[in-house]
Design a binder for this molecule. Structure first.
Ligand SMILES: Nc1ncnc2c1ncn2[C@@H]1O[C@H](COP(=O)(O)OP(=O)(O)OP(=O)(O)O)[C@@H](O)[C@H]1O
Ligand SMILES: [Mg+2]
Length: 210
């Protein structure tokens, strides 16, 4: 058997590309509950953890994370945990927003479009938040008329205003469907500037049927 020293000598040197960016200790210590019961889910939690680490470290640019895919695979389940993890980081003073005179706590919100974006001013108000989670950005996307269409246009308006702002979202739509049914500019922004986008394959079944 080779000794540790021999292994070290024969292994190729690690490059930056091989080394995943280090997670923030608060994110490492957080009690994440996410089961990878199908190989199609293996990218989800690392992406969420990388997003939370970047937020706490205030790594520029401020980016988006989107989880896209079938129902019941844990998208909302894990993004609510991301919000809890970041709320806790803010409460402990690990994540602070600098101001001209010092710093303040971050402003965060979990939005359900059909409920929280009914007022026509809502998109502009939430545009300024430090971090938002928009749950199910595709809700109503298949509907052409009525409240579904209004909700969809408010989501598109809000996302247009959220460039360079920490934003979490999930949807039952893939990127191609977001392009066709919601907004092409938003679809193209999902992966821009190092934003995280995970498309969970259709083959991943509901958690409760696993
Ligand atoms: N990967 C998982 N690990 C642990 N629990 C899970 C997982 N996926 C789903 N669950 C459980 O199933 C419930 C439903 O999942 P969740 O609401 O997150 O699905 P979703 O992907 O957001 O679906 P939808 O697109 O319909 O909103 C969760 O509250 C959780 O109890
Ligand atoms: Mg959900």
């Amino acid at each position: 058997m080779p000794t540790a020293a021999q292994i070290l000598r024969t292994s190729p040197p690690l490059t930056d590309a091989d080394t995943p960016p280090e997670m923030h200790p608060h994110v490492v210590a957080w009690p994440w509950r996410f089961e990878v019961y199908h190989p199609g889910l293996h990218e989800v939690l690392p992406a969420v953890q990388a997003f939370c680490s970047a937020v706490i470290r205030r790594e520029p640019p401020r980016r988006w994370l989107s989880l896209l895919g079938p129902s019941g695979v844990g998208k909302t389940h894990v993004l609510k945990q991301a919000l809890e993890c970041l709320r806790s980081a803010a409460a402990r003073g690990l994540w602070k927003i600098p101001t001209p005179t010092g710093h303040r706590g971050p402003q965060m919100a979990h939005l359900i479009p059909a409920v929280d974006l009914t007022d026509f001013r809502a998109a502009r108000d939430y545009a300024a938040y430090d971090l938002i989670y928009i749950e199910d950005i595709g809700s109503g996307a298949a509907l052409d008329k009525g409240s579904g269409a209004v909700t969809r246009s408010r989501v598109a308006e809000l996302l247009q205003l959220r460039s360079n702002r920490w934003t979490l979202m999930d949807a039952n739509l893939y990127r191609r469907e977001i392009e066709q049914q919601l907004d092409g500019r938003i679809a193209s922004r999902l992966k821009r500037d190092g934003s995280w986008m995970v498309e969970v394959p259709q083959a991943v079944g509901d958690y409760w049927d696993r």
